[in-house]
Each structure stands twice: as structure tokens, then as C-alpha cells.
Design a protein around this ligand. Structure first.
Ligand code: GDP
Ligand code: IMO
Ligand code: MG
Length: 426
């Protein structure tokens, strides 16, 4: 039996989707436990190319159950579109998709409120994915949320929605946004619930039974450790817990059950949205990486900021997550660079020669700090078709070994292309 968590070690988009897909054929259950449709996970396998926001990436394996745990917030419109898209390819989700009735719904006012917050913040905006994620989690923790449970009894939903609109509409109106019509939201949401109802059932019992009989579970993290609400670059972060530990609460499994934590990190760094990124490259090398890596957001299409691999950050996020093995992705993107840097630590202007850790610094200090680099020779050869570690150019092997040493975690997989099989197993 194994319970494997797959989590992002940087600012998201590390290629978690690819690794969940790669590991899913063995899994009895693949479960999402955090985030919402702010996630965009790309999968390329023999069934096609999929960009999933909410559906766990086990749906192409016929015997795998796909679970959306209580820690996930669900935008019903996105989920219905996704289910339709998957069923159109001939893959059946009936009886295989489970949505916890404890999941909170992203309501139309959440996206409107987020727009108001971002606008008011001006230059200091977070640069969110505009999916209403911050406001829906704010309602959840302040006992103002609406869950699938609440939709199952019409009268309950009616009174909760009325109360929420009584609070939200005056805020919308105060900044010149059209208030929401109760009847419209009520009927639209119930119509969406009617589409999803067959999948809404608590997965806890099924998950526990699978654990008891020694089955395999795969936990699909969304976002990355540096976007975590506690440990990320607050307020340039997301609203949920993005760490392996978040899977325990977000799905309902005990911590000692998690036997493997696969930490996914790109061989360089990217970030979409605002906030500090010490190793960011604002030059032609950054542009080269952006072009070679096709670094444009899956959800918003925004260009991703690019920079060198930040070993100081990834060492920290391996510790935070208890990573047992690394999946180093997109190594092929560095193929053409003559030399490659890795960030080791930081210096703060005016603080002398002292080296600083990420966890000692707030977002603003991190933005001001100067990265300390080591430099390595590039390999100047295509690696996309390589499948054995020993067949990689020696400089690429040295680069992977250097990453391993700097973050004190073994590399188990090296990814050299987006397809499931473009992977080197170490
Ligand atoms: P996720 O959110 O962590 O699942 O990652 P995304 O799917 O948002 O972004 C990763 C992108 O990189 C996707 O477009 C993948 O198809 C692509 N990708 C994954 N692994 C590799 C790789 O090793 N090399 C290259 N060139 N692209 C990759
Ligand atoms: P996956 O799962 C990359 C970022 C946004 C923004 C911040 C807050 O595909 O790796 P939010 O909409 O969550 O309130 O935005 O978090 N962000 C992501 N960046 N990948 C993601 O998910 C992200 N989910 C949120 O860009 O900076
Ligand atoms: Mg993504």
C-alpha cells in the first residue's frame, strides 16, 4: 500500500499534473485536497491533451476513483464544463467521480468581490487568477460559505443565499457594481446542482476502506508551497494550504498514512502574478526560458515570470512538505543555455555579509534581497529524447546532482518533455 502526495515546491505550474498522470495507473484513488479552479494541470498521454482545473488526474485509468475532497472549493460552472469535456472523449466518470458535499461553492459574488479587492489594491494587487478563490475561502472560514450540503435542502439554500446577498449586494452597489438578483442566482445554482448531484457523495468511507485493504492513493496538490497561505509570500499567495500536510485535513486522512511525498520543481523558477521572486531574470535569458518553456498560464494565459532555479527556496519547501523524492521538470528548457545559475542564498542590502533564509524574511524583504549564485556549464544539446540518466550530457547530469545536493533530497524523476513518457526514472 502507498499513499503518495504530489505537491508543487515553487509558485505553481511545476508540472504536478504530468506526474499525477504518470503515477495514476497504479492508483485506486486520485484525490484533490486543496484550491479550486485557480489550478490548471496539463496532462498529455495516449488519450489526448487535457487541461484540468478541478477533476483529479486519474480519470484516464478506468479503475481509478477521482475524489474532490472537502478542502477543495468548487466552481460548478467549471466542473460541469470539465465533466462534459471528459465524457465527450468517451471516458466515463459515472460512479468514479466523488465530490464531497462539504466542498464550498464559488458563487457569482465571489468573483465580483475579488475584482473589487484587486482594483482597490492598485499596484499592490496580488494578481490573482480571478476565480473568486480568496473571497470563497474567506466566507468558508468566517462561517458564511455555501456547501453542496446546503443545496440538498432547498429551504436551507434559500435562506443562506438570501442572507449572503443581503450582505454582498450593498458592497457591490457601493462601488458601482450591479447587485445580483436572488431568483437568478438561486435557479442557476440549483440547475447546476441538478447536473452534479449524481457525483456529490462523501468519499470518506470509500477512502478509509481503500486504506484498510492496502490500496494505493494519490493526492494531487494544487498550486505550490510558496503560494501557501501560511508559508507563502503573503499577501502574494493563495487562500488554501498547498502543502502535503494540507492533504490530511483537505481529504480526511491521518498524517502517518502518507508514505511518499513527491515534490515537483522546475529546473528553473517561474511565477505568475505579483510578489517577490529573488532569482527572476528580466533580461534576454529570462525571455529565452519563457519562449523555450512556453511559459504562459494555463488558466489565465498570462506570461509567467522566469528565473534561475532557487535552491534556497526549494530546500525550504522540501523541509516544509517532508519531500521524500524530487521530480525535476522541464530540464529540456535549459538545453540551449551556455551557462546556468542556481541561487544558494540571499544577502540583504545594508545587512553586511550575512546570508539569509527565506523563512526569516517577509515578502517585502525578500523582494529587496540579492541572490547569491553558483554557476555551472550548460550542455548545449537536446535532451528531449533521452530516457536514461547516464545518456544525459555530463553537464546535465552534474546539474541534476547539484540540485540534489543543494536541496538535500534525492531526485527520482527528471522530466524532459510534456508527455507522460518523456521522463527519466532514476
Ligand atoms: P501544474 O499546474 O503543476 O500541473 O503545471 P501546468 O500544467 O500548469 O504547467 C506545466 C506545463 O509544462 C504544461 O504545459 C506541461 O505540458 C509542460 N511540461 C511538463 N513537463 C514538461 C517538461 O519536462 N518539458 C517541457 N518542455 N514541458 C513540460
Ligand atoms: P497550479 O495548480 C500558478 C497564483 C496566482 C496569484 C496567486 C493568488 O496550476 O499550479 P488566486 O487566484 O489563487 O487567489 O491567486 O496565486 N496561483 C497560481 N499560480 N499555478 C497555480 O495553480 C496557481 N493558483 C494560484 O497567479 O499569484
Ligand atoms: Mg498549472
Amino acid at each position: 500500500m502507498s499513499v503518495t502526495a504530489v505537491v508543487g515546491l515553487q509558485w505553481g505550474d511545476e508540472a504536478k499534473g504530468k506526474f499525477v498522470d504518470l503515477l495514476s495507473p497504479q492508483a485506486d484513488i486520485v484525490a484533490r485536497f486543496n484550491g479550486g479552479d485557480n489550478a490548471g494541470h496539463t496532462v498529455i498521454n495516449q488519450f489526448g491533451t487535457f487541461k484540468l482545473r478541478l477533476t483529479p488526474n486519474g480519470f484516464t485509468s478506468p479503475k481509478t476513483a477521482c475524489v474532490i475532497g472537502p478542502g477543495v472549493v468548487v466552481n460548478p460552472t467549471t466542473l460541469i464544463d470539465e465533466i462534459d469535456m471528459i465524457q465527450r472523449t468517451g471516458i466515463d466518470l459515472q460512479d468514479r467521480l466523488w465530490i464531497s458535499p462539504r466542498c464550498h461553492l464559488v458563487m457569482p459574488y465571489h468573483r465580483l468581490l475579488e475584482g473589487i479587492y484587486e482594483e482597490a489594491k492598485g499596484a499592490a494587487r496580488t494578481g490573482t487568477t480571478s476565480r473568486g478563490i480568496g473571497p470563497v475561502f474567506a466566507d468558508k472560514v468566517s462561517y458564511n460559505g455555501i456547501r453542496f450540503y446546503d443545496l440538498s435542502v432547498e429551504e436551507t439554500f434559500k435562506s443562506r443565499l438570501r442572507m449572503q446577498l443581503a450582505i454582498k449586494n450593498p458592497i457591490l452597489q457601493a462601488v458601482g457594481v450591479e447587485p445580483l438578483e436572488f431568483e437568478q442566482v438561486f435557479h442557476d445554482t440549483l440547475a447546476q446542482y441538478a447536473r452534479l448531484k449524481a457525483f456529490v457523495r462523501e468519499p470518506f468511507g470509500m477512502v478509509q476502506e481503500t486504506l484498510a485493504r492496502g490500496g494505493d492513493l494519490l493526492l494531487e496538490g494544487a498550486q505550490g508551497a510558496l503560494l501557501d497561505n501560511n508559508w507563502g509570500t503573503y499577501p502574494y499567495c493563495t487562500a488554501s494550504i498547498t502543502l502535503a500536510g494540507g492533504a490530511c485535513a483537505g481529504l480526511g486522512i491521518a498524517p502517518q498514512r502518507i508514505s511518499r511525498v513527491v515534490g515537483v520543481a522546475k529546473a528553473y523558477t517561474t511565477r505568475v502574478g505579483a510578489g517577490p521572486m529573488p532569482s527572476e531574470l528580466l533580461d534576454q535569458t529570462g525571455e529565452k526560458i519563457q519562449q523555450a518553456g512556453r511559459e504562459f498560464g494555463t488558466v489565465t494565459g498570462r506570461p509567467r515570470r522566469c528565473g534561475w532555479f532557487d535552491a534556497a527556496l526549494v530546500r525550504f519547501t522540501c523541509q516544509l512538505n517532508g519531500v521524500t523524492e524530487l521530480a525535476l521538470t522541464k530540464l529540456d528548457v535549459l538545453d540551449e543555455l551556455p551557462s546556468i545559475k542556481l541561487c544558494l542564498s540571499y544577502r540583504l542590502p545594508g545587512a553586511g555579509e550575512r546570508l539569509w533564509h527565506y523563512w526569516e524574511l517577509d515578502a517585502e524583504q525578500l523582494a529587496a534581497c540579492q541572490p547569491v549564485y553558483t554557476e555551472m556549464e550548460g550542455w548545449g544539446q537536446r535532451t528531449t529524447s533521452v530516457r536514461e540518466f547516464q545518456s544525459l550530457p555530463v553537464q546535465a547530469q552534474a546539474y541534476v546532482r547539484k540540485v540534489e545536493e543543494l536541496v538535500s533530497t534525492p531526485v527520482r524523476y527528471v522530466s524532459v518533455g510534456p508527455e507522460r513518457n518523456s521522463t527519466i526514472h532514476l
